[in-house]
Design a protein around this ligand. Structure first.
Ligand code: PMT
Length: 221
């Protein structure tokens, strides 16, 4: 798609995976490379949108023509997304956000003690940014899009997640140790709150991104 059909629109995209630190050396993280989120950013620019990309821990160069904000944790990602969302026509949460973070951060490297079993890791819940955006709609009439990364019962879990999160569109994709994360391709079913389901066959992440924008477009005010 090369038509400037998103001209005059501001879209906010999150990409990459949050890291939740345990100490200055270690973190809890995930396998997201950011490629799907960056494909969304590139395709939105190509279609004329003003794009704010909020990235967490990717190794990717900033795409041309995009405002890029760099964050690390889920809490920081939330702050940046909510701030940018206040002026956005659409928000797409492609980032893999940790549901939990360590309950405590040790300011010095945690040491192993001879002869002792490791202490269990206490976790606390992170804010659910997508659910919060969907409930609060920082700007009236904006379109909120989530992703669902599933390993089993992909579609059933995706349908449940759509209801639970309250977003307008949910891109359901299957993930695994070497599936979707870091690859150039993806396949998905895009679920809409109005019941429409759009399968997107295996292909470049740009193709899925373009389908997402084509489904966002008619839902914009
Ligand atoms: O980055 P790549 O290597 O290209 O891989 C792409 C991808 C697999 C990361 C991407 O396509 C994808 O599925 N992103 C969403 C990953 C994820 O966190 O899925 P989830 O099912 O755990 O979360 C559902 C939705 O809620 C997501 O939109 C997520 O951004 C959001 N969420 C989750 C937890 C949380 N605390 N806050 C959130 O906003």
């Amino acid at each position: 798609v090369t038509a400037p059909d998103l001209a005059g629109r501001h879209v906010v995209i999150s990409a990459g995976g949050t890291r939740e630190p345990l100490d200055p050396v270690r973190y809890l993280g995930n396998r997201s490379s950011g490629k799907q989120g960056y494909a969304l950013a590139r395709t939105a620019v190509a279609r004329g949108a003003r794009v704010t990309l909020i990235e967490a821990n990717t190794q990717l160069p900033d795409p041309a023509g995009v405002d890029v904000i760099h964050v690390d944790t889920a809490v920081r990602l939330r702050e940046a997304v909510l701030k940018a969302a206040a002026e956005a026509d659409a928000v797409v949460m492609a980032a893999a956000v940790a549901d939990f973070r360590p309950a405590e951060y040790a300011s010095g490297k945690i040491k192993k003690k001879d002869g002792q079993e490791p202490a269990p890791l206490a976790l606390v819940r992170n804010p659910d940014i997508l659910a919060e955006l969907s409930a609060d709609r920082p700007r009236a009439g904006q379109v909120i899009v989530g992703f669902a990364a599933e390993t089993d019962d992909v579609l059933a879990n995706g349908r449940r997640k759509l209801r639970h999160k309250g977003c307008d569109l949910l891109v359901v994709n299957e993930v695994g140790e070497d599936k979707t994360f870091g690859s150039e391709e993806n396949e998905a079913v895009v679920l809409a709150a109005d019941g429409e389901e759009t399968p997107v066959p295996y292909g470049p992440k740009e193709a899925l991104a373009d389908t997402v924008w084509s489904l966002v477009l008619p839902r914009l005010l």
